[in-house]
Write a protein of this length. Structure first.
Lengths: 138, 89
């Protein structure tokens, strides 16, 4: 059995992060020591690794809970997991596209302001932002 | 009118509903062209249309249903669009 400190060391996470996972329902100690400390089974290391990897792929904790539930269900199949992965991919690509549009808008503003040392009242970027703001109110 | 069902391989709910929805669309208004879109193979197009989860249904390149519609919802939407198109002429 592992204490929370040992589990944290083996998974390269802080004990606070593990307690947070527990509050979110992602991990549960399998028992407690006579003095009340959390004790985890050896499988907790793999479970925490799974959670970390899923977070790196962009899954939220709620979605990771869904993945963990699917993993434990005999009736679930890989297609169910694939569907969640495709949904996540679509959401990420949508965000990337929106951010590229934002980045392109910033490129235009930056190109408007090639000079250094202008007074702030004469800043073309701020001027353009004000025009955009006025345009959106009309 | 182009009706596109975005799905991914292995989506059981899509496969079950697909034939039913296709038949409903084709009977709702004349001139419906149905297309099944594998969102993984046509990811860029799915993102361009605004699909964030599967299954989803678009009409003329516009995301209309972000989950499978009922028969009544699909019929109503297609007939509304067809009526709008004929008034616009």
């Amino acid at each position: 059995m592992l204490t929370i400190g040992k589990l944290a060391a083996q998974t390269d996470l802080s004990t606070n992060a593990l307690r947070f996972y527990e509050r979110e329902g992602l991990i549960q100690p399998s028992s407690k020591s006579p003095s009340g400390y959390r004790l985890y089974g050896e499988d907790a290391v793999a479970r925490v690794g799974f959670i970390k990897h899923a977070q790196h792929c962009g899954f939220t904790l709620t979605e990771i809970n869904e993945l963990l539930t699917l993993r434990a269900q005999d009736s679930a199949c890989c297609d169910d997991v694939r569907r969640l992965a495709v949904d996540k991919k679509l959401q990420l690509e949508g965000k990337i596209r929106a951010m590229k549009v934002m980045s392109g808008a910033l490129d235009l503003l930056i190109a408007e302001c090639p000079d250094q040392g202008r007074p702030v009242g004469d800043c073309p970027i701020l001027g353009a932002m004000e025009k955009i703001g006025q345009g959106s109110r009309t | 009118m182009r009706v596109e069902l975005f799905q991914s391989a292995g989506c059981k709910s899509c496969a079950d509903a697909r034939n039913n929805l296709k038949s409903i669309a084709e009977h709702a208004v004349p001139g419906v062209v149905w297309r099944d879109v594998d969102a993984v193979k046509e990811l860029d197009y799915a993102v361009e249309v605004g699909v964030m989860s599967l299954p989803a249904l678009a009409v003329d390149g516009q995301l209309v249903f972000s989950s499978l519609p009922t028969a009544a919802q699909l019929t109503r939407e297609l007939q509304r669009r067809a009526a709008g198109a004929s008034h616009g002429r």
